[in-house]
Design a protein around this ligand. Structure first.
Ligand code: MTE
Ligand code: MO
Length: 399
């Protein structure tokens, strides 16, 4: 039997996979684009996570009112753009994963382990994130926490990778002035770089590859970003939510039927309980309507990426606080009529309760709230994630 010769295999692979679409220059360009999208995702993700699960130092901006619409729209759009970029990057480096021997030294082993960790965590992060925007949670683990920790794993593996590669990166920068195009496998015959003519075909095909990747990335962005950017809404072919579709022209994330609140919400004895310490008051719907009403243009900006601005009308949370003698800027807890589920209770920090745009909304776009939008009363606050815009209110308590 012939002995297996890893060196020969490596050489054979080098010839087979040699292509101008696998030059160092190309992986560097793709790496840069990926770096930009991952950085956007990381910081907008930290912001979103912080708003929903605040650390002690968290700041809660209420202005501009569209701040979360912007950051979360960027988060989901950059995440979608990263998918074709990561696939192209994998295409351009995967022969590298087949080199022989698989581990040449401890440092080399570390380098490969960091790449394996990066690739697997990035693929998992992007696919579960994408599936999540379609409001589909086919896994047993909590999405948000997993998404959050995976982000740290991705950055950890990247930093490890960069640390291990630092000598090579430094050498590359030192060589920069020579301006030579470094082809990954100089030993391999590469017709693209061997010509003496003006324009080598290899450079063109690398450019063509990059153009194709850019076009694919642009296409997925243009056909999905319309879920959060109104001027791209007509091109929104693939994102799950369409602007303007839904009762009162606003999409619905969870219907009253799904939340099992229909009966409670339609009950003629419904009243909003407002409590501060030992003093409490109940407001019937008519009593709420008799209080001063205010209208504000505010967005619902779902963590899943879609958003839409609408005209909300109702009572200021401030005024309700004053009605029970509680100080302005008190922290509050709201409870929904919803019998169970993660969105049943919601805490609201002082920044929002103090803001005069934070409303207990009774109307949307000029008519009484639809049952699916939270009738008889819901919260709408500036700059907050959609999940915290609690529908079908039952009570409001000062903490
Ligand atoms: N009680 C309750 N409030 C809720 C929800 C819910 O499921 N239950 N969904 C939230 C989510 S995830 C979003 S994005 C917004 C959507 O509001 P809309 O359905 O009126 O557009 O409501 C929020 N308020
Ligand atoms: Mo949402």
């Amino acid at each position: 039997m012939k002995k297996f010769d890893g060196q020969k295999l490596t050489e054979a692979l080098a010839v087979k996979f040699a292509s101008p679409t696998r030059s160092t220059r190309l992986t560097v360009v793709l790496g840069r684009w990926l770096g930009i999208t991952f950085t956007i995702c990381f910081f907008t993700g930290l912001f979103s996570h912080g708003l929903q699960n605040p650390p002690s130092w968290m700041f809660f901006p209420t202005s501009p009112v569209w701040i979360y619409q912007l950051t979360q729209g960027l988060h989901v759009t950059a995440g979608i753009a990263a998918i074709p970029l990561l696939l192209a990057k994998l295409w351009s480096v995967y022969p590298e994963l087949l080199t022989w021997p698989p581990v040449k030294s401890p440092v080399h082993g570390l380098e490969r382990a960091s790449i394996a960790l990066f690739i697997s965590s990035a693929l998992l992060q992007l696919t579960t994130g994408l599936i999540n925007t379609y409001k589909w949670y086919p896994w047993p683990f909590p999405f948000r926490e997993t998404h959050y920790w995976l982000a740290w794993v991705i950055w950890g593996s990247l930093l490890l990778h960069i640390a291990v590669k630092l000598p090579a990166i430094a050498a590359h920068w030192r060589r920069q002035r020579s301006k030579s195009i470094v082809v990954r496998r100089p030993a391999a015959p590469n017709p693209g770089t061997s010509g003496t003519g003006a324009v080598s075909p290899g450079r063109w095909s690398r450019r063509a590859f990059l153009s194709a990747v850019a076009a694919a990335t642009g296409a997925v962005v243009v056909t999905t970003a319309g879920q959060s950017l109104s001027w791209l809404a007509p091109a929104n072919l693939f994102a799950p939510r369409k602007m303007g579709a839904g009762p009162q022209g606003v999409p619905v994330n969870r219907t009253a039927t799904d939340a099992k609140v229909t009966e409670l919400a339609k009950s003629p004895t419904w009243a909003l309980m407002v409590r501060s310490g030992t003093s409490s008051r109940s407001f019937t719907l008519d009593e709420l309507r008799e209080l001063p009403q205010h209208t504000h243009e505010l967005p619902i900006a779902c963590v899943e990426g879609w958003s839409q601005t609408a005209a909300w009308r109702g009572v200021r949370v401030q005024d309700l606080l004053a009605a029970v003698g509680a100080p302005a800027g008190s922290e509050l807890r709201f409870t929904s009529l919803e019998p169970e589920g993660a969105y049943r209770t919601m805490n609201m920090p002082a920044e929002y309760t103090r803001d005069d745009k934070t409303l207990v909304a009774l109307e949307l776009n000029g008519s009484v709230l639809d049952l699916d939008h939270g009738y008889p009363a819901r919260i709408i606050a500036p700059g907050r994630p959609g999940v915290l815009q609690t529908k079908w209110l039952h009570s409001m308590e000062v903490l």
